[in-house]
Design a protein. Structure first.
Length: 136
């Protein structure tokens, strides 16, 4: 179900709790909300729809990818970029990494490891920051 985008800075700056199998419904809520904002949004974290759980979704090519309890395990190639956020007005400078490796659980609760590069890596890092309460 499509959810409203949270803009409360205090709420967004809190760390998210680990997701459990009871949170699998968030995949659909995030998908529906991302689809509704597809013209201005390429990723979401669960806290952006009001749930402080470690779940993200982002565009991976033409598809969307949902990750439960993602952990950044490797990064390389730092660079500066200007980003916007659906929860915040304007855009800001931040440091991202060209190549990252993430460990996560998929929607079948299976452990996966993926290496992302370029724009997919940038989007994923933005959403990972949301899980830590870090805003650009």
């Amino acid at each position: 179900m499509q959810k409203a985008i949270v803009k409360d800075i205090f709420f967004l700056q809190q760390k998210s709790a680990p997701a459990t199998k009871d949170d699998l419904f968030l995949a659909q809520d995030l998908q529906d909300t991302l689809l509704a904002h597809r013209e201005s949004c390429v990723g979401l974290a669960a806290n952006m729809i009001g749930v402080q759980k470690r779940v993200i979704i982002f565009m991976y090519g033409m598809l969307s990818m949902v990750m439960f309890n993602p952990i950044l395990i490797q990064k390389s190639g730092p660079y500066q970029v200007e980003e916007g956020c659906l929860s915040l007005p304007g855009s800001r400078q931040t440091t991202r990494y060209q190549k990252i490796t993430i460990e996560y659980l998929d929607q079948n609760w299976l452990k996966k490891i993926i290496t992302l590069e370029d724009f997919s890596a940038q989007i994923c890092q933005h959403e990972l920051d949301h899980l830590e309460g870090i805003l650009i």
